[in-house]
Ligand binder design. Structure first.
Ligand SMILES: [Fe+2]
Ligand SMILES: [Fe+2]
Length: 192
């Protein structure tokens, strides 16, 4: 399927604002991919698809997850904020027939990150943080870091996520901790 068809499918699954966000993430993902040596086509595809199920009913998301053969942990089951990334990765496999594991994983880990992130994982994780429509406090700082080092930006993003969730007394995915520890340890080593 070509990109335009995927874009049309996505546009019909969400409100205009989220579709705009998806297009912005795809655009930013291409830019970051070119800058850091990832595949721009995969980046664009994962970018436009990353929030595919963000406006999908919970029971529908659960069906997609089951169809893709994904087993949720207890924590994941109890954390609705984590569902759309997982069900999104299920949707692109089950409904769109996408088999590219790099694209599937980049969607699945776009909110949590994980240990051993691929270059494409990092590109989508950061594109979602700094896409043109983002205007949270600290986005300028994040954009500056992303220009200098993709790894530093991912570490910053994970630290931001963990602090924000802890502040609100919400659960934090083990994948986020695992990713954070990996990048923080790497950073500590390079400082020595
Ligand atoms: Fe998302
Ligand atoms: Fe997003």
């Amino acid at each position: 399927m070509d990109y335009k068809i995927y874009e049309d499918i996505i546009s019909q699954r969400m409100k205009a604002a989220r579709f705009r966000h998806s297009k912005n993430v795809a655009k930013e993902a291409i830019r970051l991919a070119k800058k850091y040596g990832a595949d721009p086509d995969k980046a664009e595809l994962a970018g436009i698809l990353h929030d595919a199920t963000k406006e999908t009913e919970a029971d529908e998301q659960m069906k997609l997850i089951a169809k893709a053969g994904i087993q949720l942990s207890t924590l994941e089951l109890e954390s609705p904020k984590l569902w759309h990334a997982i069900s999104g990765s299920a949707f692109v496999q089950v409904e769109l027939g996408i088999e590219d594991q790099e694209v599937i994983d980049a969607i699945r880990y776009h909110t949590t990150g994980r240990a051993g992130m691929t270059l494409l994982d990092k590109v989508i994780f950061i594109a979602d943080f700094i896409s043109a429509d983002r205007d949270y406090e600290g986005v300028d700082r994040m954009r500056k870091i992303a220009e200098k080092s993709l790894d530093d930006a991912v570490l910053e993003g994970m630290a931001f996520t963990i602090a924000d969730l802890a502040e609100r007394k919400l659960t934090i995915a083990p994948d986020t901790f695992a990713g954070y520890n990996e990048f923080a340890a790497m950073k500590a080593r390079t400082k020595k």
